[in-house]
Structures are given as structure tokens and as C-alpha cells.
Ligand binder design. Structure first.
Ligand code: FES
Length: 59
């Protein structure tokens, strides 16, 4: 599923960037070899980061 339609980044692309250590949207874009355009996807990316952090602290 596309999260960023401007840069054609999928949830898998962003998830992989997060797993590789990207901890903010700018690092995620950089990890994907891209940079933001309109910014509409930032909120969704922040939610993915929050979910990742919550999953990381669960036993
Ligand atoms: S949807 Fe991601 S920068 Fe526009």
C-alpha cells in the first residue's frame, strides 16, 4: 500500500527504513533515497514510527 504517493513509497519501504534504524521522517526519506514533497504522508509515517516504538517495548 502506498503511504507516500508523491515519492511512491509503500508501507513496506517505510517499514524497512524504520527497521534499519530510521527514527524520524527525514531519515526515512533519506533511507529510501528520497525526500518529502507535499508532506501529506508525514502523519502516517509518524503513526508507523509510534507503532514501531510501542511494539519494541512490549515484552
Ligand atoms: S505524499 Fe508523501 S510527500 Fe506527498
Amino acid at each position: 500500500m502506498y503511504i507516500c504517493s508523491c515519492r511512491a513509497l509503500t508501507d513496506k519501504d517505510i517499514g524497512n527504513a524504520i527497521k534499519d534504524g530510521a527514527d524520524c521522517p527525514s531519515k526515512i526519506y533519506k533511507s529510501c533515497g528520497s525526500k518529502p514533497d507535499c508532506g501529506r504522508c508525514i502523519q502516517r509515517i509518524l503513526i508507523m514510527l509510534k507503532e514501531h516504538r510501542q511494539n519494541a517495548i512490549q515484552p
